[in-house]
Structure formats: structure tokens, C-alpha cells
Write a protein that binds this ligand. Structure first.
Ligand SMILES: [Zn+2]
Length: 68
């Protein structure tokens, strides 16, 4: 009876999804994925920071906000 409640079913599906993700991704794979995302984030942050700054600067001016 308890298993037929919507809440129990939702909990089961979330649990199943986590179990499936855990089964398809091993620990080292997750570590590599996290490292890749971190490296990509750092690369974008440092390589594109001047570009991003310029585009934000231009955006500010095109929006009518003067900064200098
Ligand atoms: Zn400016």
C-alpha cells in the first residue's frame, strides 16, 4: 500500500536515476569529467577575460552607460 503513493514512486524514480548514473559512471570517470570541466572553466576565464571585459564594456556603452 505504501509503495503506491506518488511520493514513494517519485522517490523510487530519483533513486533509480542516481543508481543508473552511478552504474554508468565510475569514480575515475567522474573525477576526469570534473577535472575537464574545471580546466575548461579556468581556460575560458583566463583566456577570454579581456575579450569578455571588452564586450561588456562595449555593451555598457551601447546601453548608454558611460564609464570614462
Ligand atoms: Zn568605457
Amino acid at each position: 500500500m505504501q509503495d503506491d503513493t506518488p511520493a514513494a514512486r517519485a522517490t523510487d524514480s530519483v533513486h533509480d536515476r542516481i543508481e543508473r548514473a552511478r552504474a554508468s559512471l565510475t569514480g575515475p570517470q567522474i573525477a576526469i569529467a570534473v577535472a575537464l570541466v574545471a580546466a575548461l572553466g579556468f581556460t575560458l576565464l583566463f583566456v577570454q577575460d579581456p575579450m569578455l571585459h571588452d564586450s561588456l564594456h562595449n555593451f555598457r556603452h551601447s546601453a548608454g552607460i558611460t564609464c570614462h
